[in-house]
Design a protein around this ligand. Structure first.
Ligand code: HEM
Ligand code: HEM
Length: 218
């Protein structure tokens, strides 16, 4: 029996990234700040889920499977071929960078304020210095995210036209790739339980915070 390389939960979560990041940008640009916060919380939960999936998820989602060690990077660059299943070491570097940037962006948002429509939930417990720093981080990491998303899309396009490999089909359908995996993926129920765990812990921690100060639009 053969299975898709990317399991269905991993694929669903992946496509939620562009949707929610696009929505985060749109909501911030159009002062829909409460929606911006909801999209940010969703991204934070999904990125936490993906980080945990890197330890307990399906075979090809595990960080140990594609950890970009120096020796793997060197041999990949020397070999120049990437017909193996899963992320290649350079792709892995971009995966870690994107996940890390989304995490930093969401966490810095929690301390961010526009002083008009939205205070992040951790503003009540942060000093002015931390709030100022978070606002700078939120702005800078947004720029970096755009650069790395651009590189991500450029790399996928390069694979499509130069290497003649359609990676999008694999990320979309899971199959439709020349090679499938012999590893059975983790169940969707297990993935959902993990996500529920992340949400409940986040919610629980959030409910311990003091009530925020009222803002202009209240
Ligand atoms: C905000 C935009 C995006 C972000 C943050 C993002 C992030 C990621 C991440 C974190 C992975 C690793 C998946 C994992 O290991 O679970 C990945 C893989 C992938 N993404 Fe995206 N992605 C974005 C947009 C897109 C778009 C628009 C496409 C298609 C045109 C795309 C196509 C792919 C493909 C094909 C892979 C698998 C690459 C491989 O085979 O190694 N991504 N992306
Ligand atoms: C990965 C998730 C997030 C993304 C991609 C994102 C993206 C953005 C973008 C593009 C802007 C406008 C540009 C800027 O001033 O930096 C912005 C502003 C802002 N974000 Fe986020 N954000 C995220 C998470 C959050 C969260 C979780 C919160 C709080 C609950 C938050 C609170 C804010 C605030 C208050 C502003 C306005 C800052 C100002 O006007 O100076 N963000 N965000």
């Amino acid at each position: 029996m053969l299975y898709p390389v990317w399991d269905v939960s991993q694929r669903l979560v992946h496509w939620l990234f562009p949707i929610l990041i696009g929505f985060s940008w749109w909501s911030a640009e159009n002062d829909r700040m409460q929606w911006h916060a909801y999209a940010g919380y969703a991204l934070l939960a999904l990125v936490m889920w993906r980080l945990l999936w890197g330890f307990v998820g399906s075979h090809y989602a595990r960080f140990g499977q594609f950890w970009p060690s120096l020796s793997r990077l060197r041999s990949y660059i020397k070999r120049g071929d990437d017909t193996d299943l899963g992320h290649n070491p350079l792709g892995a570097l971009s995966v870690f960078t994107l996940l890390l940037l989304i995490l930093i962006q969401a966490v810095s948002g929690l301390f961010n304020t526009d002083e008009l429509f939205l205070d992040g939930p951790l503003v009540v417990i942060a000093s002015d210095k931390v709030i100022e720093l978070s606002s700078e981080v939120h702005e800078l990491v947004w720029l970096l995210l755009q650069v790395f998303i651009g590189l991500h899309l450029a790399a996928i396009t390069w694979y499509r036209f130069v290497r003649k490999r359609n990676l999008v089909r694999a990320m979309w359908f899971g199959q439709g790739v020349p090679k499938l995996s012999e590893h059975q993926p983790r169940s969707v129920l297990f993935a959902l339980s993990l996500l529920a765990g992340v949400v409940v812990i986040g919610w629980g921690l959030g409910s311990l915070l003091p009530e925020p100060e009222p803002l202009y639009y209240w």
